[in-house]
Design a protein around this ligand. Sequence first.
Ligand SMILES: NC(=O)c1ccc[n+]([C@@H]2O[C@H](COP(=O)([O-])OP(=O)(O)OC[C@H]3O[C@@H](n4cnc5c(N)ncnc54)[C@H](O)[C@@H]3O)[C@@H](O)[C@H]2O)c1
Length: 438
Amino acid sequence: MRLSVIGTGYLGATHAACMAELGHDVVGIDSDSAKVDSLIAGRVPFFEPGLPEVLQRNLAAGRLRFSTDPADAADAQVHFVCVGTPQKASAYGADLTQIWAAVDALAPHLRQPTLVAGKSTVPVGTAAEMTARFQAAAPAGADVHVAWNPEFLREGHAVADTLHPDRLVAGVTDPVDEARLREVYAALLAEGTPWLVTDLPTAELVKVSANAFLATKISFINAMSEVCEATGADVVTLSKALGMDPRIGEQFLRAGLGFGGGCLPKDIRAFMARAGELGVDQALTFLREVDEINLRRRRRTVDLAREAVGGRFRDRQVAVWGAAFKPNSDDVRDSPALDVAAAIYTEGGEVVVHDPRAMDNARESFPHLAYADSPQEAVAGADVVLLLTEWRDYLDIDPHTIAAAMRDRVVVDARNALDLSLWRAAGFTYRGLGRPGA
Ligand SMILES: NC(=O)c1ccc[n+]([C@@H]2O[C@H](COP(=O)([O-])OP(=O)(O)OC[C@H]3O[C@@H](n4cnc5c(N)ncnc54)[C@H](O)[C@@H]3O)[C@@H](O)[C@H]2O)c1
């Protein structure tokens, strides 16, 4: 099939390359010419394992093109909308500027009956508004239908999640649109991928409610962490015991510094804002607490680090391991690690940050912090080392090999991911979140 992907960021670049991998003829459109130039040259402008290979293979096969000109998308049979939906600058709601700009740019080029499938995460009701806008702006005869096909990929696993998703959700208003989406995903459906067909609002809600649930699960265990800190209990063991109950499950039940990134925080806030507009704000008031618990963990980590260096950061050197919002990504959007690093810097600490992949993005967002080329360089002369993003690289470091380089041997494991006994054996004072006895 001929497909277009509008917006080639983390989601769109992956979707475009993976749809070409399935054998489709794909054009990716992005308004950022630097991003488009990079993709044309076979370079993925962010870190995503396995994606460069898929991109290069499909560029070479001639199935994948990129352009800044929406006119190049004109003859696609299905247009996937993958532009950003960030939080508004000074409110909780989603900023849909990129969505409406994409609609306005694409609409005049549509000539034949067309399906536009939204993949961005949007407030419920957006698909209906998009339909009305296309009908008003597209030339007669274009007959634009809108479907919603939310995306569940995880950064760091984006290629596998796109080519082998755990489910595909198609919000449609017409069986013809469902048939067209089935054709797009025929190879995945042949593998047995569950296919859920629904109306537009349900499809929009599946994504935001999934993210609300995941955020709630993380904040639940982090709330237990606070109780553990008040009682001397150990949240790591508590979480293990809870997770063994199959009704609860162990995933997203790891206590630590909490969630961040370009999705969960802004999605739960946008969901609350939308619920308010719909008059059902009470249904989601609990998400305000989920958000608060999450942000409290960041403050608690700063407090633990301050205690660890003797009550104040001035004249103290703090090594920070991790800048990305999670391992296997270079995404620093709303990164808990950088939030903590910046707070310590603001209190006068000398902060030295290392990350295996996110250094460029971190430098761009927080140019005033100091950066080290290796985890070992970051800890040289440090009074404390903070593990803020649990990259494998850090978990594999033998603490004996860095102990001598530090001014004081203290580690704050804000992800509860290090081997406590190993660090203690190397002479470190170990502090973890929710582990007062540890
Ligand atoms: N990143 C993820 O893991 C992920 C997962 C599932 C869903 N989502 C959702 O997907 C959407 C995109 O997220 P992302 O992380 O890829 O964001 P992103 O910021 O990396 O990508 C958005 C892209 O859209 C481009 N763009 C903006 N306006 C445009 C326009 N008018 N025409 C063409 N291109 C335009 C931008 O230049 C950018 O490259 C969001 O709604 C997000 O919530 C993201």
